[in-house]
Ligand binder design. Sequence first.
Ligand code: NAP
Ligand code: MG
Length: 529
Amino acid sequence: MERDAKNADVKITYATMSADQMEDLHRAIDRAIEEVGPQFGKAYPMHIAGRAVEGRGTFDDTSPIDTRLLLGRFQKGTRDQAGEAIAAARSAFPAWAARPWRDRVDVLEKLAGTIRKHRWELSVWMGYEAGKNRLECVGDVEESADLITYYCDQIRKNGGFVKSMEALGPNEQNLSVMRPYGVWAVISPFNFPLALAAGPAGGALVAGNTVVFKPATDTPLLGLKLYEMTVEAGLPPGVFNVVTGSGSTVGQELIENPAVDGIVFTGSKDVGMHLLRENAKRPAPRPVITEMGGKNPAIVTRSANLEKASDGVMRSAFGAQGQKCSACSRVYVSREVRQQFVDLFVEKTRTIKVGNPLDRDVWLGPLINEAAVRTYERAIAQAKQDGGRMLIGGRRLTDEPLNHGYFVEPTVIDGLPREHPLFYEELFVPITVVADVASLDEAIELTNRSEYGLTAGIFSEDDRDLAEFFGRVNAGVLYANRRAGATTGAWPGINSFGGWKASGSSGRGTGGPYYVQQFMREQSRVRIR
Ligand code: NAP
Ligand code: MG
């Protein structure tokens, strides 16, 4: 995994980097900051059938680091325009689907290469737009390229998913062929604005579908950058279209328009469930893949290495300001080691530097918007009212220059009853609640009580504990003793990533061996000679 950062095919994951690579990375990011600055404030059109299209008015995309920074102006797309984009994707579909799969793999690999080529510039834009730190942004960009490459590999490995079947007689030839559906809508969240656009879109496209993509309103810029990458990589006009605008207009049209053949959504449980319900009202079935929220626990047992555990929990609780679907937002710690663990966890949290995430020594940036700050403040107030103790944090940061952005302190809360809503609701802010447990059994029971089932982690030096944990926890992604992240940091081709229960509808992980097939349907072909 670790290669030279100067090398064009460097690989930077969320967890792997040497000191030399780090120096090179920072130099490259410093340069990209210089280059990106003069491009602030431009207006960006939407792109339908390869044409630049204006919406009905525009909206401003400002940075959560400092809202006085106008990053760009984006189009308020209308429902009609979303409809036009769907029609464009529909007309582009037959030719794209008819291409040999090897051609499509070539084009998509070019797209992955284009993303890698622009990695530094994309990372810097992302830092400004999503407020994530340097390493998080570079990881997001690298992951985008790797997801696409992985889906290309899957198509190649499976010979385009054309398989010979058995025959009942000598004159018979039977084939199973996976074929694309048609037009897919890709709806993405703000927190991984490139990976969760490029990944699903890449899967849909390499499988032979065409795409209409709607980025989150908080992160349209990275969405438009992805479009630019597809043009540079040579995707034909109409194969990938991008519309910007609100979920309730453009997004809703993507759900309701009868010409959309499939939807892949990543975002909150509320919106994902709304989508599934709307889908069920249609006269005929249609695939809808929803990747949704999480309330991910870490379990710390009596035999845990507490240095590892406190590092792992701190990174997963607060990385990207707690705005990862896989963030660790609750901890069940064995009574015997509770005090020691909490002391280490709080001590490490104290060393976190909050500030402009584009500064090289800053680890924690701002929340995405004012609504997220309100969620944070509401949760803190609720915790205090219900007897919770702030072991650290609990305040919005309002000193100059942080008062121009959405900065809050990473927060650890103790002393709440284990039935408290803060153990169950996804908040998507840097708050983690800690409870102590008498046994592993109890910890697993509490883990599974959540409606969510995305990720979970355990720290234990006892193999029997690990076997129990792996066997009994109902979640899609399980980690044991992972110092780099107790519950976060999956990588394409290394850890499939997907949720169970309210965390996901498909039971197939992104970046895993069963993902890309979801964008195809099987056709059985029987031929008698
Ligand atoms: P969100 O509010 O649910 O929005 C996700 C996307 O859905 C946005 O593009 C949004 O558009 C759009 N949308 C909203 N209403 C819609 C509607 N009626 N019809 C169609 N689309 C609609 O989520 P978010 O705040 O951006 O992201 C955070 C959430 O994503 C968290 O719950 C997190 O756990 C989850 N997430 C899950 C995964 C996973 O892999 N399981 C990964 C990352 C994030 P607007 O922005 O215009 O409202
Ligand atoms: Mg949102």
